[in-house]
Design a protein around this ligand. Structure first.
Ligand SMILES: *Cc1c(COP(=O)(O)O)cnc(C)c1O
Length: 397
């Protein structure tokens, strides 16, 4: 059983703060500062360019990919780090489309994160030739999977409501009509057990700065099922995905397996922070994290519903049907969230009316839930959020 007091001690959390926004940016693992400092001073500083070989910088994207792979049920050697999630969505989607040359439709849902849809739109525009993005409501996705679909591109856990798709069932349905799948695990990796291999996912992508705590701007990851590894062709065919980058050939030849999904120079300093963040998983079991997350979210929902009648639950009531976040609706959600943040309980707001609370058992416990509920109830009771200063929107919400 995971010792959650021990995992909490691995993070820096500012005094007096209940941090319910690890679904957007995870807090700093205490070891990250030391790991980054050591990378900068002893490796970059002392080794200079020899660090690529001596300190193994070039292998970091694959080594850390394997550590993330263990959390998402990926086979060894099938995950690599790099770039940002939007770029990895593009990389996966373009490769999947090329594997279904006789089909033209990308199917997704309106609960997907806008950047995923924007990347698909951009790819469709570049490809021309009748390619189209079809977007339906999340509840209608299963029925919309038909023989026109080349690729089903979904985010497992909805960033606004926390609603969770059934990855195995939807993947099976896509495969039954001959379509491929691209799963975005942005709100899944590190939040709940994922098993891309047994679900049969073809491609998966995700970011590391949310539930994996790699820090702002941390690199993304991409998974390609082993059966596709030598077939998938990267559209973003950069030199580090080449079979022999240092041969400096004029023609592109894809590298072996997952290596081909690399694009350019890896973000070595940020990978050092990720390495420290992944050490947390040496003492944390994702199944324990999930069980505890369900306890915390159930208790939060019960408390808010009992004490804040004006807030409406926006997340599925069945814990199995949601990820590790809980959302409530209120027309003045933005001001309420600002008032809450001023009082030390940090969640976030998503337009038009969603108050979002992420529960990350690695550093959030039952006492934090109680304090969050009490603070929220207090400011709802007294209308304390109803002030002009809480209504002025900042650039990042
Ligand atoms: C957070 C998130 C992103 C962000 O993409 P970046 O390129 O890392 O900024 C994309 N997709 C989903 C589903 C997300 O939740």
């Amino acid at each position: 059983m995971t010792d959650f007091a021990a995992t909490r001690a691995l993070f820096h959390l500012p005094d007096g703060v209940v941090y319910l926004d690890g679904n957007s940016l995870g807090p700093m693992p205490l070891a990250a500062a030391g790991q980054v400092r050591q990378m900068i001073e002893s490796e970059w500083g002392e080794m200079l360019i020899t660090g690529w070989n001596k300190a193994g910088w070039m292998d970091l994207p694959k080594r850390l990919g394997d550590r993330i792979g263990r959390l998402i049920g990926a086979e060894p050697g099938t995950v690599v780090m790099g770039d940002t999630l939007s770029i990895k969505v593009y990389q996966a989607l373009a490769a999947a489309l090329e594997m279904r040359p006789d089909r033209r439709v990308i199917l997704s849902d309106s609960g997907n994160f806008p950047s995923d849809l924007y990347m698909a739109e951009g790819l469709v525009r570049t490809l021309g030739r009748g390619y189209a993005l079809r977007v339906v409501d999340p509840e209608e996705i299963s029925e919309a999977i038909d023989e026109d679909v080349a690729v089903l591109m979904l985010t497992e856990v909805d960033y606004r409501t926390g609603r969770r798709h059934d990855m195995a069932a939807l993947t099976a349905k896509a495969h039954a009509v001959g379509a491929l799948t691209v799963w975005d695990l942005a709100h899944s990796a590190g939040a709940l057990p994922v098993d891309v291999a047994s679900a049969g996912a073809d491609f998966a992508v995700g970011c590391t700065y949310k539930y994996l705590n790699s820090g702002p701007g941390g690199p993304a990851f991409i998974y390609v099922a082993p059966r596709h590894a030598e077939v998938a062709r990267p559209a973003l065919s950069g030199w580090l995905g080449h079979e022999a980058p240092f041969a400096f050939d004029l023609d592109y030849r894809p590298g072996q397996g997952i290596e081909r999904m690399r694009v350019g120079t890896p973000p070595v300093i940020q990978l050092a922070a990720l390495e420290a963040a992944m050490d947390v998983w040496d003492i944390a079991d994702i199944h324990d994290v999930r069980a505890r997350s369900i306890e915390l979210t159930e208790s939060f929902i019960a408390g808010v519903e009992a004490q804040c009648p004006d807030l409406t639950l926006a997340s599925p009531r069945d814990p199995a049907a949601r990820g590790s976040q809980v959302s409530f609706r209120h027309p003045e959600g933005y001001a309420i969230m600002q008032a809450l943040i001023v009082r030390g309980v940090i969640g976030d707001f998503r337009a038009p009316d969603i108050l979002r609370f992420g529960f990350t058992p690695l550093y959030i416990g039952p006492d934090d839930v109680d304090r969050a509920v009490a603070t929220l109830a207090d400011l709802m009771d007294g209308n304390l959020w109803n002030r002009a200063e809480y209504k002025a929107r900042a650039a990042v919400t």
